[in-house]
Design a protein around this ligand. Sequence first.
Ligand code: GTP
Ligand code: MG
Length: 461
Amino acid sequence: MFFDDTIAAIATAPGEAGIGIIRISGEKTLQIMDKLFKSNQGRFLKEMPPRMLTYGNIFDPDTQQKVDEVLAVYMRAPHTYTKEDIVEINCHGGMIPVKRILGLVLKHGARMAEAGEFTKRAFLNGRIDLAQAEAVMDLISAKTEKGFDVALDQLEGGLSKEIKRIRNEILELLAHIEVSIDFSEDDIDEVTLELLLDKSLKIEEELKHMLETADTGKIIREGLNTVIVGKPNVGKSSLLNALLRETRAIVTDIPGTTRDVIEEQLNIRGILLRLMDTAGIRETLDVVEKIGVERTKAFFNQADLVIFVLDASRELTSEDIEIMALLEDKKVLVIINKTDLPLKLDISKVEAMLKNKIMIKLSLVENVGLELLEDAIVDMVFKGEVKRKDQVMVTNVRHKNSLEKAAQSLQEGISAIKQRLPLDFIEVDYRNAWEYLGEITGESVGEDLLDHIFSNFCIGK
Ligand SMILES: Nc1nc2c(ncn2[C@@H]2O[C@H](COP(=O)(O)OP(=O)(O)OP(=O)(O)O)[C@@H](O)[C@H]2O)c(=O)[nH]1
Ligand SMILES: [Mg+2]
């Protein structure tokens, strides 16, 4: 791919900072710098060795006025992030210098880069594949150490290598099938079929192992949507505050204190929790509270994990039972709170109604049991994870969907073999599986999908 326009953007976050960086990529990069930059010895950037940070000034060529004192570096194509000529100008941080310099760069031959356009060029120019490009964004947006580490592995090509290896195996099978089609008229060669079947089952197994990491992977990348529910006054907001270790939500002994959904993020041993405290669920005539209860139910439906809080000092009520009826198909942790008070709750009845759900006893006033709850959350996330050595992790839902489609096509191929269907039927399924895997690394993706993926990037990356 070849681009004839030169792009530029501010690469650092907006606001006051030590330095700000303007990045330029494309053919006209040096030409633009010739107009705007002079080193302290009066030299152009093209006279300096590539990759050498050079001290100098940016001037406005129209007025010959100094704009800012900078350090500039030139990186020569093709050994750069985009495989094009790149210049980075380090100026003073803050809104004025970066905006002024970017303005001049745009005026003298560059155009404003779109979101993610530098990385898009890196992909289209063949420096990285699509999964690696997506990993770049994941690195930048990672909120936990674990999320960052997995993204770094993907940027280094961990996932891509595995996908490419499996694609190659499928390609070999396809070659086998095509040769057989050419030679064997109607007669299907049994040996070839057995061999195909054997290898296909192995590939199917590999895809399955990759898919098994996807649920945990998604949580590592995106966080765990967790909602705290229960009837009023059981201690939901107290629990949010305890987990955050700060007084974020208002806590009173008046039922119906929380009326809106309060969302906070926290990091529990490397897992990002998007934690929502909600209005206690009950029948109410209060208009505001009613809306709150409705919102609670909506969030409840989208949650990855539900923390259901009961009050140990009160008997089970119809409100508790109504909520319990909603929990059956959900991932749930049941909290029996206020265990410091005399027990009135019929715990065995709760156990009978919520079979197979994990139950944890807490006292938030005495600070008992919080660690057990954190343990349970971490266990829940990692329980499903297969700890196979060197197993790569699938974190991106887009990748998961393509893997699922590939596995589905392969399965159809396998069943076609078992039914001894004609080889050209079988070939279609294998070709589909191969294509779907190619969506992950970007060998087979359309322009629309690319635009969609890169539009979620930040400007300047
Ligand atoms: N004894 C005792 N009291 C608690 C405990 N946890 C919370 N409380 C008290 O229970 C009352 C209600 O707590 P909240 O956290 O506001 O309860 P909530 O579930 O958010 O209530 P709503 O927002 O009204 O739905 C407050 O007076 C808390 O101090 C506990 O473990 N033991
Ligand atoms: Mg509350």
